[in-house]
Design a protein around this ligand. Structure first.
Ligand code: BGP
Length: 474
């Protein structure tokens, strides 16, 4: 019993949070390069920034990140030592097409990922590639307005064709958009959207959403055409909403919040807009920019599997004033008094993981893939850089147990599990290094100091043992 033979174990990262080398080998600038740490951060992420100063860039600290661009061999060797059978990473679009709308791709960018995939192959590590992880070339934002413009679908399609052809035989598992549902909460990160004064923001978001959904279906189609072995998944920022009380008004609020999250996956998995979304958009006078052929494209190209991230459940109240975003949280929630919280106020709920998995599986009946889960914490290394992260081990053991229950007791089909940030990386929410997730400590602080030396934490050997025993020994 337990996890099936061949279950994929590993970890997940995103290009801009690990690579660095932001201007090397022809890479262009991207949205992720201009999100500063500090006060303006949230307003930029949510697209509310009044004027983005394109010529006077504020650089995201991921400018150098953990320098994986130059150290990927060392890092992949460490992942292999833990026994990874998969490694989830993302492509930096502007390495491949520095501006996004060029005719020809940048060979040096392609070579970087090719070498990286070959390195994975050396250790029998199956890459799981996110095509865009909160990432779009800056030029496409400046000149086209990001995903609000249908032309961006063509540029994305071109990117996909290049990737699928070039990496045929090296990569089989693809994800089209990271946490696609966060577009509604973080439109600059999710879709390169900067709102103009007075525009209907919800309309802009749903137009961009339609374009990403079309792009995702096109990617699925092309991936299957180029290589029938390709498996394409969608990616949801998961986390079930609980009602704050049994009051039907709260229950309804929770259902509404869940639907808002599932909207994207409903389309990607079932191939059509769900009736509740069509009705709501119609009521609000928002027209979805369907073009001829879109409906068929969506219907004929649904995803092969559903991937999702899970950090926490959330709580919904009919009274929206009860709900709060807290620090660096994109989705509003009410504090759940039955749960403990991390230093960043993310509530810890291993059973909620099983509840969320059941919810997704009941809804779609497609294989699931957990592609992010982990604990962001402040680690204090000793003089040798060693961290005794028993708190992380506990968090992960509890969650893996819950995932096992979902497989063993509920019968969920699960392809694999990748923890978020197997090596310390830059946080997407805070833009800082001090929120750490890794099994591997990286000597780097929030101000860019440190040697970047890698040191195994206590959890390194623990996860190694988990993988060795296929999840039996937690
Ligand atoms: C997800 C993102 C990741 C990642 C993670 C942890 O939303 O897909 O990029 O960073 O959350 O969030 P944070 O970095 O804010 O702790």
């Amino acid at each position: 019993m337990g996890f099936k033979q061949g279950f994929l174990w590993g970890g997940a990262t995103a290009a801009n949070q690990v690579e660095g080398g932001y201007d090397e080998d022809g890479r262009g600038l991207a949205n992720v390069d201009v999100v500063p740490v500090g006060e303006d951060r949230f307003s930029i992420i949510t697209g509310q920034v009044k004027h983005l100063d394109f010529d006077n860039q504020h650089f995201y600290p991921a400018k150098e990140a953990i320098d994986m661009y130059h150290r990927y061999k060392e890092d992949i060797a460490l992942f292999a030592e833990m026994g990874f059978s998969t490694y989830r990473l993302s492509i930096s679009w502007s390495r491949i097409f520095p501006k996004g709308d060029e005719k020809e791709p940048n060979e040096e960018g392609l070579v970087f990922y090719e070498n990286l995939f070959k390195e994975c192959q050396k250790y029998n590590i199956e890459p799981l590639v996110t095509i865009t992880h909160f990432d779009i070339p800056m030029h496409l934002i400046k000149e086209y307005g990001g995903w609000r413009n249908r032309k961006v679908v063509d540029f994305y399609e071109k990117l996909c064709r290049v990737l699928f052809n070039r990496y045929k035989g090296l990569v089989k598992y693809w994800l089209t958009f990271n946490e696609i549902n966060l577009l509604l909460h973080a439109p600059f990160m999710g879709a390169g959207i900067v709102f103009e004064k007075g525009e209907n923001q919800k309309e802009v978001k749903y137009i961009a959403a339609h374009h990403e959904l079309i792009a995702s279906a096109l990617a699925t189609k092309i991936a299957h055409e180029v290589d029938p072995e390709n498996q394409v998944g969608c990616m949801l920022a998961g986390g079930k909403f609980y009602p704050m009380t049994p009051n039907p008004l709260d229950v309804f609020a929770a259902q509404k919040a869940d639907r808002e999250n599932y909207f994207f996956i409903d389309v990607q998995s079932q191939g059509e807009y769900p009736p509740y979304a069509l009705k709501e958009l119609e009521r609000e006078g928002i027209e979805v920019p369907f073009k001829k052929g879109d409906k068929e494209l969506l219907k004929d190209n649904t995803v092969d599997f559903i991937s999702f991230s899970y950090y926490s459940t959330r709580v919904a109240s009919a009274n929206t004033e009860d709900m709060d975003q807290g620090e660096a949280n994109l989705l509003s929630t009410v504090d759940n008094p039955y749960l403990e919280s991390t230093e960043w106020g993310w509530q810890v709920d291993p059973l909620g993981f099983r509840i969320t998995m059941n919810d997704i599986y009941d809804r779609y009946r497609k294989p699931l893939f957990v592609v992010e889960n982990g604990l962001g914490a402040i680690d204090t290394p000793d003089e040798d850089g060693y961290v005794e992260d028993d708190y992380r081990i506990k968090y992960l053991a509890d969650h893996i147990q819950s995932m096992k229950d979902a497989v063993e007791l509920d019968g969920i089909e699960l392809l694999g599990y990748t923890t978020w940030g197997p090596i310390d990386l830059v946080s997407a929410g805070t833009g800082e290094m001090s929120k750490r997730y890794g099994f591997i400590y990286v000597d780097r602080d929030d101000y860019g100091n440190g040697t970047l030396k890698r040191t195994k934490k206590k959890s390194f050997n623990w996860y190694k043992k988990v993988i060795e025993t296929n999840g039996e020994d937690l």
